[in-house]
Design a protein around this ligand. Structure first.
Ligand code: MFK
Length: 207
C-alpha cells in the first residue's frame, strides 16, 4: 500500500482520495455497512443479560485482534478513502446527487443510532454532517486545505430519524483565505436546519 497523497505536506490539498477501493479487500466496505446496521439495532434494543455478556466477549476479543493492526494516521483507511461513507463510522453516511465546484447536494437518512428524543435526530449530529459536507466543498478540487473556523447552525424544525433528508452546500463567497459556505438540511418541503460557516485556508505552518 503506497500513500497516494500525503495531507501533512506543505501546500497540500485534502480533496484527493488517499486510498482507492483497490487498497482494501472486498469485505471492508460491507463490513462497515454491517457495523452501521449494528449501531442502529443496538441503539434500539433492550438486551437480555446473556446476549450482553456474549457481545462483551466478542468485542473484547475483536478489540484485542485490532491492537496488532494499528497504524500511524497517514496509513489509516478510515475517513481517507473514496467509497460511500469514506470508510469511517463517525459521520452518517450520505449520497451525493450533485457535485459542482461551488455546490453540492445529496441525501441521507439518520438511523436510530442518531436518535435524540421523540423521533428527532440528536442535535449535535447535524453540525457533524454539515462540517463533513461543507468541509468537502471547502476542500474541493484545486482548493488548498482549509479548516472550519466556525459553523453557525440554526435548527428550524425537528429533523426526523429514519426518513430521507436532503442537503445542499454552496460557496457563498471567498475573501482571501476566508471561504464562506452555507448549507441546508430539509425534509420534503420543510427546512430542518441551515448553516453559515467560515473555513480558513491554512498557512504553511498550520496543520
Ligand atoms: C474530501 C473530504 C474533505 C474532508 C474535509 C473535512 C473538513 C473538516 C474540517 C474540520 O472540521 S477542521 C477541525 C475543526 N477546526 C479546527 O480545529 C480549527 C481550529 N482553529 C484553527 O486552527 C485556527 O483558529 C484557524 C486556522 C481556523 C484560524 O487561525 P489563523 O491564525 O489562521 O487565523 P487568523 O487569526 O490569522 O485570522 C484570519 C482571519 O480570519 C478571521 N477569523 C479567524 N477565526 C475566526 C472565527 N472563528 N470567526 C470569525 N472570524 C475568524 C480573523 O478575524 C481574520 O480576519 P481578518 O483577516 O479580516 O482580520
Amino acid at each position: 500500500m503506497e500513500v497516494a497523497s500525503a495531507s501533512a505536506e506543505p501546500g497540500r490539498t485534502w480533496n484527493s482520495p488517499h486510498w482507492t477501493a483497490d487498497d482494501i479487500g472486498p469485505d471492508f466496505a460491507p463490513m462497515l455497512d454491517a457495523m452501521r446496521v449494528f449501531h442502529h439495532r443496538l441503539a434500539g434494543a433492550r438486551l437480555p443479560d446473556d446476549l450482553t455478556e456474549e457481545m462483551r466477549g466478542i468485542f473484547e476479543r475483536l478489540g484485542e485482534r485490532l491492537l496488532e493492526h494499528q497504524v500511524p494516521e497517514e496509513r489509516q483507511i478510515a475517513g481517507r478513502i473514496d467509497i460511500p461513507g469514506r470508510g469511517q463510522l463517525l459521520v452518517p453516511n450520505y449520497e451525493l446527487d450533485a457535485v459542482e465546484p461551488d455546490f453540492l447536494a445529496g441525501r441521507l437518512t439518520y438511523g436510530r443510532h442518531f436518535l435524540g428524543r421523540n423521533g428527532a435526530v440528536y442535535g449535535g449530529a447535524i453540525p457533524l454532517l454539515f462540517d463533513s459536507v461543507l468541509g468537502r466543498l471547502a476542500n474541493g478540487p484545486g482548493r488548498p486545505a482549509s479548516r472550519t473556523a466556525y459553523l453557525h447552525v440554526d435548527y428550524r424544525s425537528i429533523t426526523p430519524i429514519e426518513t430521507e433528508l436532503r442537503f445542499t452546500a454552496e460557496v457563498a463567497r471567498q475573501e482571501g483565505r476566508k471561504r464562506f459556505i452555507r448549507g441546508t438540511l430539509s425534509h420534503g418541503g420543510t427546512l430542518c436546519a441551515d448553516v453559515d460557516a467560515l473555513f480558513l485556508v491554512l498557512r504553511p505552518h498550520q496543520r
